[in-house]
Every structure is written in structure tokens, then in C-alpha cells.
Design a protein around this ligand. Structure first.
Ligand code: NDP
Length: 329
């Protein structure tokens, strides 16, 4: 495993990390979750990602039990939660002081830890003053309940504003953003966030490197059973996977599969290595429902060290979606 500092913070994070969305407390059995966590940890992954909304809290409960039973040194791993979608009643969602504090306390209980290493604002909240959110996160850090805080899917301008508030008020700023980033969704990480890395020292922990399975090629011929997309409640994913955009992408996926074969690797490894190649990416959060998938995907790190610019150029030719750098002239 390789480690890097999360942005300009002192926190060292593994380049590959592991998340529990859809799987823990929902798609997979708890013993499989345990097997996956142990495989991840034994492979050097030190960051486990979670959120209050994942399986309505059950994902954190499952992870908490595994962490407790494993009794790994608390200093040897990083665990996160994210707040935004807690419940349907007023004050059970968003980024108000009330919800952030209550979500933090609930996550600490479910995960059975004394503090969260990372606490994310899962989405921006237009109904809460940004000052309230920044002050609350600062307070939680000073109380020792969280160590670092971040954002997820915020616009660059809002993150910059959060930094401006923090600087003005002598508060602790966010150090990390958690954006979607994969071969079919790249503009924000590669272009919009450009100045966040340079000016504010933000790191990123990116999600859905395989776009929930699409970039494995398993959906090229429809929707196989025993996959995430076959879950009855994931209608939105099904639509995404069989919609017009997915159809357009199948040809690209097939070309990428051929390239992966030529490189003596698999498409999942190539797709994850592609994420790792971008300098703004600190850690790529992997998801898996089977240990064979995670074992395969861990190979992306070694692959990324042996691929060169020439290969990435060939990927660009297949994708035909390189974002245009804005003309600042
Ligand atoms: P991926 O895009 O990598 O999708 C993971 C899924 O793809 C697996 O569960 C599995 O699904 C399938 N898969 C993985 N590897 C293979 C393989 N080698 N061969 C075949 N199929 C494979 O990541 P996720 O979408 O799961 O996202 C990763 C993490 O990112 C989440 O757990 C979460 O922590 C975070 N996240 C954060 C979000 C945010 O808003 N901040 C949003 C979404 C995710 P199956 O077995 O069912 O086919």
C-alpha cells in the first residue's frame, strides 16, 4: 500500500480506501462485511468510509461491530461518517448545528469509537448559513469528537467561502472534499477544483471509481443477477445502467476492456488506476460485495505505477471526454 498526506494536512491516508455504501447492512451479510474489512486492513487500507444515511445507520452499526471485534489499534485506521440525510423530520437533516452535533453523536455510538477521524458534510445545505456549519465543525474538532472535517459534492466556490470564513474567524477549515470521480465523470475534480488543491491544500477521497459496476463491463449485456443493480430498491441505478448514456458508453467500455487485456490487467484495475493518476486525488474509495472483487481491485495500485503517459493518451482517445481547461487569458 502507498500512503499520502490528505491535502496539506498531517493525516496520512492510504491511496486506496474502502467504503460501505449499498453493501454493509443491506446488500451483503455481516460475515462478508467482516471478511472485506479484514482483507482491506490486512492489505494496508487505513481509511474506512461511512455515512449516517448508509442503510439508515445499519452500515455504521455493522462497521462498528467489526472494528470493535477486530480490536485494531485505534491509531492504525481512519474512520469517517457523513451528515446530511439523517431523517425526514425537521432538524434531522442538513448542516445545522443541531443536526451536525446530533449526527456526530449518533455516528460515534453506532461506530463504537470515541472520535471520528473525518466528518463530512455530505452535501451543501442552502438552508443553513455557512458560518453556522463552519463554526460547528470547528467546535466538534476542538471538543475532540472529530479530528478533521470535509465536504462532499460542494461547489468549489462554496468550499472557498468556507475557507474564507475559517480564515477570518480563526476556525479550522475543511481539509478534504469527497467527489464522484471516474472515467465518465471527471470535470469537477480535474477542472472546477483546480484551485482548491493549489490555494487551500484540499485533498480528495473520490467515490464510485467503477461507477457502481458499469466500469467492470458486467453490464455490457444487460443486468446480471447478484449485482448491485439487481437490488429491487436501486431503481435509479438500474435506469442509469440501461439508460441512453450507458448505451453510448458500452462501446467505450468494450474498447477499454480490450486495452486492459493488452496491458495484461482487468478493466476494474485500469479504471481505478486511471483515478489514481490524477494529482488531485488523495485516495480512491473502493466498494465491493465480494472479497474476490476487492482482491482484484487492490491490484490497481501496482498497475498505476507501471502505466505511462502513452497509455493514458490511449485511454483519452477512447473516452473522448477530456475536460477543457478554461481560458484564463
Ligand atoms: P464502485 O463504483 O467501485 O462500485 C462498487 C461495486 O462495483 C461493488 O459493490 C460491486 O457491486 C461492483 N464491483 C466492484 N469491483 C468489482 C469487480 N472487480 N468486478 C465486478 N464487479 C465489481 O464504488 P461505489 O459506488 O461502491 O463507491 C465506493 C464508496 O464511495 C462507497 O462505499 C462510499 O463509501 C463512497 N461513496 C460516497 C458518495 C458520496 O456522496 N460522498 C456516493 C457514493 C459512494 P456488485 O457486486 O453489486 O455488482
Amino acid at each position: 500500500m502507498e500512503y499520502t498526506r490528505l491535502g496539506k494536512s498531517g493525516l496520512q491516508i492510504s491511496r486506496l480506501s474502502f467504503g460501505s455504501w449499498v453493501t454493509f447492512g443491506h446488500q451483503i451479510q455481516n460475515d462478508t462485511a467482516k471478511e472485506l474489512m479484514h482483507l482491506a486492513y490486512d492489505s494496508g487500507i487505513n481509511f474506512f468510509d461511512n455515512a449516517e444515511v448508509y442503510a439508515h445507520g445499519a452500515s455504521e452499526e455493522v462497521m462498528g461491530k467489526i472494528l470493535k471485534e477486530a480490536a485494531w489499534q485505534r491509531s492504525s485506521y481512519i474512520v469517517s461518517s457523513k451528515a446530511f440525510w439523517g431523517g425526514k423530520k425537521p432538524n434531522q437533516n442538513g448542516l445545522s448545528r443541531k443536526h451536525l452535533v446530533e449526527a456526530c453523536h449518533a455516528a460515534l455510538q453506532r461506530l463504537q469509537v470515541d472520535y471520528l477521524d473525518l466528518f463530512y458534510c455530505h452535501r451543501p445545505d442552502k438552508n443553513t448559513p455557512l458560518e453556522e456549519t463552519v463554526f460547528t465543525m470547528d467546535m466538534l474538532v476542538r471538543q475532540g469528537k472529530i479530528l478533521y472535517w470535509g465536504t462532499s459534492e460542494w461547489e468549489a466556490a462554496t468550499i472557498a467561502e468556507a475557507h474564507a470564513i475559517a480564515r477570518r474567524e480563526h476556525l479550522i477549515p475543511p481539509i478534504v472534499e469527497q467527489p464522484q470521480y471516474h472515467m465518465f465523470h471527471r470535470e469537477r475534480v480535474e477542472i472546477e477544483y483546480h484551485n482548491l488543491y493549489e490555494w487551500y491544500g484540499m485533498g480528495t477521497t473520490t467515490w464510485s471509481p467503477l461507477a457502481s459496476g458499469l466500469l467492470t463491463g458486467k453490464y455490457n449485456q444487460g443486468l446480471p443477477e447478484n449485482t448491485r443493480a439487481s437490488l429491487p430498491d436501486l431503481v435509479w441505478l438500474k435506469e442509469l445502467l440501461v439508460g441512453p448514456q450507458a448505451q453510448k458508453n458500452i462501446a467505450k467500455i468494450q474498447a477499454l476492456q480490450a486495452l486492459a487485456q493488452e496491458l495484461n490487467t482487468s478493466l476494474p484495475c485500469l479504471a481505478i488506476a486511471w483515478c489514481l493518476r490524477f494529482h488531485g486525488v488523495s485516495s480512491v474509495i473502493l466498494g465491493a460485495s465480494k472479497s474476490s472483487q476487492l482482491k482484484e481491485n487492490l491490484g490497481a495500485l501496482e498497475l498505476s505505477s507501471r502505466l505511462n503517459q502513452e497509455v493514458w493518451q490511449r485511454v483519452e482517445e477512447i473516452l473522448e471526454n477530456q475536460p477543457k481547461t478554461p481560458d484564463f487569458g
